[in-house]
Design a protein around this ligand. Structure first.
Ligand SMILES: [Ca+2]
Length: 199
């Protein structure tokens, strides 16, 4: 099982090399489109292993000072290199064999350097602490350990990747984020999550 996960992870990493542009797609192609403006946290499931986290939907500040709801996952207690928090979006979406999908997500951390600048995490990349996955009952279909990503504003970063559904990966799929403990009380915010079948 471990070796197959490694193979799947390698497939996910290959997908990182494809620069994905924003795409326009008809509504039937939109599998997931979340901005958290409905404040419904009940659609999300939090499971922690050897760590303690909280999860809610809270207003995050943007460059113009406006507030925009986002999913927040905060580390209460944790040890670097041990345990994890699994954040899963409960509703499934249908993945079709051979079809290509574009996944987009945005993230921000609450960590503030001594300079006052909010940074992804401890001067390194998001990918040191966060994994984004699409998976089904058989395992991972897509995995990304994102780097710093595209900056857009107020220390929010955004990523877009594409993946193609292989044999055995079609049917109901799920979106999830794995958060790895830092040993510091840091909040992660997530917003603008979408999964779109490429037309
Ligand atoms: Ca939002």
């Amino acid at each position: 099982m471990l070796s197959s996960l490694k193979v799947l992870a390698a497939v996910g990493l290959l997908a990182l090399n494809v620069a994905a542009e924003k795409i326009e797609a008809p509504p039937e192609n939109v599998m997931v489109d979340l901005n958290f403006n409905d404040h419904i946290v009940d659609d999300w499931y939090l499971q922690t292993i050897d760590s303690d986290y909280f999860m809610d939907i809270t207003n995050a500040e943007w460059k113009d000072g406006s507030l925009d709801p986002a999913l927040r996952v905060g580390e209460i207690t944790g040890t670097k290199g041990t345990g994890q928090a699994i954040v899963k979006y409960k509703p499934s979406f249908d993945l079709e064999l051979g079809e290509e999908y574009q996944i987009q997500f945005s993230a921000r951390s609450s960590y503030v350097e001594s300079s006052g600048k909010v940074v992804p995490a401890f001067g390194s990349n998001f990918g040191d602490w966060l994994q984004f996955t699409v998976f089904n009952q058989n395992g991972n279909i897509f995995v990304a350990w994102p780097g710093k990503g595209d900056y857009y504003e107020k220390e929010w970063y955004q990523w877009r990747y594409r993946f193609t559904v292989a044999s055995g990966q079609d049917g109901p799929g799920y979106f999830g984020i794995i958060v790895h403990p830092t040993g510091t009380s840091v909040d992660w915010s997530f917003d603008d999550v979408s999964i779109i079948k490429v037309p």
